[in-house]
Design a protein around this ligand. Structure first.
Ligand code: FES
Length: 280
């Protein structure tokens, strides 16, 4: 069969023969991620309203927002929450300026996990620096260096962030356990379920679906082999997490939304803006 060599056409930035609304998806990604980044930064530096029980109106509740979990220490000047690893800032961290909240110290791990995620990389390369703006749309530069050199080669650290992400699932699950216990006003606790319990539990389920659908997790589950069919057990695990991986984009957005929504819900309780709905 004869083959004809077709010359690659170099297009200018944004030039394309596509007739569909190719710009809608990168624009939606830009708006979604930008909104999350602005809100997350506000919360990290706010250094308040992270524990629902701080509000008189919701004093019986026991919800800690995922943005501040694990809570290394209670913010100076804020009543103890009972969730902090240290009741006050430890001497080891005394040199940190006051505006560095406990959230700022731990969010590097979930943020790093998302920032280096294979799905998000493809999405924000298009949405934030048009590289390329979309498939078959001209890019702003001529050479393609990929992720083989600095700084983008550092994205390979994703597999290590995965280990921290799994650890955070345990920590957030423990917070859900705490959210099942309501203060009875006599110094004890009673088992119960509130709307906040369900929101925090749903958040953990969505984060688990996102984390276990990770491409690095698939590799890990397959025994780190290039050919998973040679290891029947690893192949079974690989197939199992592949179910989640097929919808990785969906899990990524649902879990991002649920983290933000869980924080908004707990923040409003902690600020006394609204009251928790106690189901039983
Ligand atoms: S590839 Fe998305 S979390 Fe690992």
């Amino acid at each position: 069969m004869s083959q004809a060599a077709l010359p690659l056409k170099q297009r200018g930035w944004g030039q394309t023969m596509r007739r569909d609304a190719w710009w809608v998806q990168p624009l939606a990604v830009f708006l979604g991620l930008a909104a999350f980044l602005v809100y997350a930064n506000f919360r990290v530096f706010e250094g308040a309203h992270y524990y629902s029980g701080h509000s008189e109106r919701n004093a019986a509740t026991n919800y800690l927002t995922p943005f501040y979990s694990p809570l290394l220490f209670d913010v100076p000047g804020v009543r103890p929450s009972g969730h902090a690893w240290w009741s006050e800032k430890p001497a080891l961290l005394a040199w940190l300026p006051g505006w560095v909240s406990p959230a700022a110290l731990i969010l590097i791990f979930p943020a790093g996990f998302r920032f280096t995620c294979y799905y998000y990389r493809g999405a924000y390369y298009k949405a934030f620096w048009a590289d390329p703006p979309s498939c078959a749309v001209g890019e702003p530069r001529k050479g393609y260096r990929g992720e083989n050199s600095l700084p983008l080669i550092l994205q390979n650290v994703h597999r290590y962030f995965l280990l921290f992400a799994v650890l955070f699932l345990f920590i957030l699950s423990y917070d859900v356990w705490h959210a099942l216990w309501f203060k009875d006003g006599a110094g004890g606790y009673r088992f119960g379920v509130g709307l906040g319990t369900l929101i925090l539990a749903t958040n953990v389920v969505l984060l688990t679906g996102y984390t276990f659908g990770c491409h690095s997790m698939r590799h890990l589950m397959g025994g780190g082999r290039d050919c998973v069919t040679k290891a029947p057990l690893g192949h079974g695990f690989y197939e199992c997490v592949s179910c989640l991986n097929r919808r990785h984009m969906l899990w990524a957005w649902l879990s991002l939304f649920s983290v933000a929504f869980s924080d908004v819900y707990v923040r409003m309780l902690a600020a006394g803006v609204w009251a928790d709905w106690r189901i039983f």
